[in-house]
Design a protein around this ligand. Structure first.
Ligand code: ADP
Ligand code: MG
Length: 375
C-alpha cells in the first residue's frame, strides 16, 4: 500500500478532481493537479497545481518523479499522457480503457459485445447517410464519435437530409447515428475495481436529464430489483472485460424492461455525487483507495438520496441565496468554486437525504423550486 503523506497525481482540474482531492486529502494524501487553466476547481484545493498542457514534458516528468500513483478526472485527457506516465508509476484508469471511452464508435462496438446497445449505425462519410441508410434509425441522434459531453456534439435529426446537414455542420468527423429511444428510465451504475481485482457496485441511480445534461439523480432508482441487479452485474462484467482498475460508470437506458448500455465513463460520475453524503464510502474515496492500493470501502447507502445539479443559469442575475437550502437539516450543498457562471456549466450540486426516495425527491424539488432559473 502507498502510505498517507504520499503524493497522488491528477490530470484535470474540474469538479470531479476537486472532490477526489478532498477525499484523498482527508485520508492524509497530497494531491498534485495538472491543468492548463489559471484557476481550476481542483487546482484551488490541491496541495500543488502545475499549470500545463496534459502532454507537457516537464509536467509529466514532475508527476512521474513525485507521485506514487496518477489518475485522471477529465474524459478527454489524451490517453497518450496516461500511457507515458504508466512507464514510471501506477496509473488508474489505464490508457486503453480511457481510449475506448473517448471514442463512441469503439465504445459502442465494445458494449455491444458485452451487453445490448440500441440500434445504431457508424457514419464516417456523407454517403453513409444516403441510399442504404437504415430508415428505422430515424428519428435519431447523430453523435460525434469524439469530444462530446453533456449533450454537446450531438444533434437530434428527423430525416436523412437533416442528418446530412448535421454531419456537415459537425465538420464531417466520424459519428454514430442512434435511433431515438422512448425509454422508460435512464439509469447508471458505478463500480470500483482494485488492482487486486476486488470489485464493488454502488446502488443503481435513476437519472433525469434536461437538455442533454444530468438534472437529477434518484437513489436507489425506482426500478425492479431484477433490473437493478442485472445492471450491476452488467457493469461488473464491463469492468472485468476491460481489465479495468479504478472507478467506472456505465449509463443505461431501460427500454421495454430491457437494459441497453449507452456509454461508459472511466472515472467518478456526476450520478455518483450523492455517495459523498449518502454512502459509507464515496466514489471519490474509492478512487483514492484504488490509487493507494488500499482495500475498497463499503459502498452501502445510509438512506435514500436525491442529487440536484446546479447549473450556471441559477446564478443569473447573481449568486443564489442559499439560506433556504442550508436551513434544511438533510440537504447538503457542494459548490465547485468556479469563478464564472455560464448557462449549462456545472457550478455545484446539492443532495437531499431522506427515509424514502419519494420523501427525498419531494424535498429536493421543493428546495430547487426556491432557487431562481430552474429547468
Ligand atoms: N438514442 C437515444 N435516445 C433517446 N435519448 C438519448 C439517446 N442518446 C442520448 N439520449 C439523451 O441524451 C443524453 C446525453 O447523451 P449521451 O449519449 O449520454 O452523451 P453525453 O452524456 O456524452 O453528452 C442522454 O443521457 C439521454 O438523455
Ligand atoms: Mg451521457
Amino acid at each position: 500500500m502507498i502510505a498517507p503523506g504520499a503524493w497522488l497525481g491528477l490530470l484535470g482540474g474540474g469538479q470531479l478532481g476537486r472532490m477526489f482531492s478532498m477525499a484523498a486529502q482527508s485520508m492524509g494524501y497530497r494531491v498534485m493537479v495538472v491543468d492548463p487553466g489559471a484557476h481550476s476547481p481542483a487546482g484551488d484545493v490541491a496541495d500543488a497545481c502545475l499549470r500545463a498542457d496534459y502532454l507537457d514534458d516537464a509536467a509529466l516528468a514532475r508527476l512521474a518523479r513525485d507521485c506514487a500513483a496518477v489518475t485522471t478526472e477529465f474524459e478527454n485527457v489524451p490517453a497518450e499522457a496516461l500511457r507515458r506516465l504508466a512507464q514510471s508509476c501506477f496509473v488508474s484508469p489505464a490508457a486503453d480503457s480511457v481510449a475506448i471511452a473517448q471514442d463512441r464508435i469503439r465504445e459502442k462496438e465494445f458494449l455491444a459485445g458485452v451487453v445490448g446497445v440500441g440500434p445504431y449505425a457508424i457514419i464516417r462519410a456523407q454517403h453513409d447517410l444516403e441510399g442504404n441508410l437504415d430508415a428505422s434509425l430515424l428519428p435519431g441522434i447523430l453523435k460525434r464519435s469524439r469530444f462530446g459531453y453533456d449533450g454537446k456534439g450531438q444533434v437530434r435529426v428527423a430525416s436523412a437530409a437533416q442528418a446530412q446537414a448535421a454531419f456537415r455542420a459537425m465538420g464531417g468527423e466520424p459519428c454514430v447515428l442512434e435511433r431515438m429511444l422512448a425509454f422508460e428510465h435512464e439509469i447508471s451504475v458505478i463500480v470500483a475495481r482494485s488492482d487486486a481485482g476486488e470489485c464493488i457496485a454502488y446502488p443503481v441511480a435513476e437519472n433525469i436529464h434536461a437538455g442533454g445534461i444530468l438534472d437529477l439523480s434518484i437513489i436507489p432508482g425506482r426500478l425492479s430489483a431484477r433490473l437493478a441487479s442485472q445492471a450491476q452485474e452488467a457493469t461488473r462484467a464491463i469492468a472485468e472485460r476491460l481489465g479495468y482498475v479504478g472507478v467506472l460508470c456505465v449509463e443505461f437506458f431501460v427500454l421495454e424492461g430491457r437494459l441497453l448500455a449507452n456509454e461508459i465513463a472511466p472515472r467518478p460520475h456526476n450520478s455518483g455525487h450523492y455517495s459523498i453524503d449518502a454512502c459509507v464510502t464515496s466514489q471519490f474515496e474509492q478512487q483514492a483507495r484504488i490509487l493507494a492500493r488500499l482495500p475498497l470501502g463499503a459502498p452501502s447507502l445510509h438512506c435514500a438520496a436525491v442529487m440536484v445539479n446546479l447549473l450556471g443559469e441559477t446564478w443569473a442575475p447573481g449568486e443564489p441565496r442559499w439560506e433556504k437550502l442550508l436551513a434544511h437539516p438533510r440537504a447538503k450543498l457542494h459548490l465547485y468554486g468556479k469563478r464564472e457562471a455560464r448557462p449549462g456549466r456545472k457550478m455545484g450540486h446539492f443532495t437531499v437525504l431522506g427515509e424514502s426516495v419519494e420523501g427525498a425527491l419531494e424535498q429536493a424539488l421543493r428546495l430547487r423550486g426556491a432557487l431562481p432559473h430552474q429547468p
